[in-house]
Design a protein around this ligand. Structure first.
Ligand code: SAH
Length: 463
């Protein structure tokens, strides 16, 4: 970019032009749109320019330019259509501190005047650095046709109304209001009633937007449970009923998403296209952005959002923007899975504590108090434990756990394709590798399925 486009404040400032013929008139037509003080200096002045002077639009000095004529001028135009004279006058203007433009002489000009589409106060300036004036004209013609002629009037009146629109929450609500005004209600008001119709139209439009659509954004962080829609809480169902936007995890089932309001926008935050999972920071930003737009956002997470759900990161992002939120708990995979093998997570005389552990953390395989876990009677529900199974098995055996300790793996808990695999610590691998599970799976260390379950042929053999 050899020329930097800016909008120069010229209200009340001097713009001086040397020349009185056609080139001068062409520039003056543009310059008269500004609120600058215009001075035209030439010993031969066209009639139109005299007329404009009579109308008070500019001042004439009827002689050749002299030193001192361009003092305090912001801009100076040399429009004599005579190279020698233009060079002489621009040298004067230059020493007097004005920015100089020589008509049709790009090389010696300090600035150029763009092609302009004028919908004051909306102004579009088009420049090609002198390379393609034809192109600039074509773009200008295109924009002239595209931008409603009343756009300027609407923008001017709209500006006086901006304060009133602050009752609408920032973001989507305000954008919706203004685009309805500029492209719909505003032009229509001018057409029907002229400029006088614009303010009443703005008032009506604002009332409509306040009563029908004004609401603050809100986020519900909702547990979707393990997959069976009947394991949703009533609160979760109600939230889905109200959602404008649902942002869900990969593990949330289609059956549950079906329950969302018809008009809701459903966003899969578990996958972006065919690529890898979305980054947590991007998910946080997505939630915040939709809430700031005034939406009721349901952030739908598998199981319970408070269990390995990266809930706190999302809450922090939401709180940072002062957005209201609530956490709606869900049934975590361990609860649903243990119910389906007919056992309890805790049992008098067996284990008075249960651990929910993860096979993975941000650094890779997660470390735990293996020594404590290796004691008889200990129970742990292992989330995200498929890849780390061999590691966990190795650690527990190394710390003296009984190789015969029961281990139960439940895949696709509560779904039609649920599978239960009963094994032992010694057999965890290779059993898991042989089973080649594709769905989410939870592993219970220290729990075997109750006999009744075992006898109902639900259990798969992979040993
Ligand atoms: N917040 C979730 C856990 C998210 S971590 C919850 O409370 O359940 C993801 C892990 O959860 C999976 O790797 C798997 O171990 C477990 N999981 C989630 N849904 C499951 C399901 N339907 N069946 C089996 N395991 C599940």
């Amino acid at each position: 970019m050899k020329h930097f486009p800016i909008f120069l404040a010229v209200e009340g400032r001097r713009i001086v032009l040397s020349g009185g013929g056609d080139a001068a008139m062409a520039k003056l037509r543009l310059l008269m749109k500004t609120e600058a003080h215009l001075t035209v200096i030439a010993d031969d002045i066209a009639d139109d320019i005299r007329k404009w002077a009579d109308q008070g639009k500019l001042r004439i000095i009827e002689r050749a330019m002299e030193p001192g004529d361009a003092l305090c001028a912001a801009l100076f135009y040399a429009a004599n259509e005579d190279d020698a004279e233009d060079a002489r006058v621009s040298a004067i203007a230059n020493t007097e501190g004005a920015l100089v433009n020589i008509v049709d002489n790009l090389a010696d000009s300090q600035f150029i005047t763009p092609a302009i589409v004028d919908r004051d106060p909306v102004t579009v300036a088009i420049g090609t650095e002198g390379a393609a004036p034809v192109l600039a004209r074509a773009i200008k013609a295109d924009l002239e046709a595209r931008l409603p002629t009343q756009l300027g009037v609407l923008a001017r009146i709209g500006k006086t109304f901006r304060h009133a629109v602050e009752v609408l929450p920032m973001g989507r609500k305000r954008r919706d209001f203004w685009s309805a005004f500029y492209f719909n209600n505003g032009p229509k008001a001018i057409e029907d009633k002229g400029e006088a119709g614009v303010i009443p139209a703005l008032e009506t439009l604002l009332d409509d937007h306040i009563t029908t659509t004004a609401k603050d954004g809100h986020v519900d962080l909702v547990g979707a449970g393990p997959g069976d829609p009947e394991l949703l809480t009533l609160k979760a169902r109600n939230a889905l009923d109200k959602a404008d936007v649902v942002i869900h995890d990969r593990l949330v089932t289609g059956e549950i998403l079906e329950l969302a309001r018809r008009e809701a926008i459903i966003i899969d935050a578990g996958k972006t296209g065919f690529g890898p999972s979305m980054k947590q920071a991007d998910i946080d930003a997505l939630i915040v952005q939709h809430a700031l737009d005034g939406h009721h956002v349901v952030r739908l997470k598998a199981g319970d959002p408070t269990v390995f759900g990266r809930l706190d990161e999302e809450i922090e992002a939401i709180e940072a923007h002062d957005i209201s939120y609530r956490v709606i708990p869900g049934i975590t995979a361990a609860s649903a899975a243990v119910a389906n093998i007919g056992q309890s997570l805790t049992k008098r005389g067996r284990n008075s504590a249960v651990r929910l552990i993860t096979g993975h953390d941000t650094k890779g395989y997660a470390d735990h108090d293996w020594n404590a876990l290796a004691q008889p009677g200990e129970v742990a529900a292992i989330y995200m434990g498929k890849k780390s199974a061999r590691f966990i098995q190795g650690r527990l055996l190394m710390h003296g756990a009984d190789p015969a300790t029961p281990v139960t793996i439940i895949e696709n808990v509560s779904r039609a394709d649920q599978q239960i695999i009963a094994t032992t610590l010694a057999e965890l691998e290779p059993t898991l590798t042989r089973a080649d599970l594709q769905g989410p799976a939870i592993t219970f260390y220290g729990l075997a399925p109750r006999d009744a379950v075992a006898h109902s042929h639900q259990i798969k053999e992979f040993a």
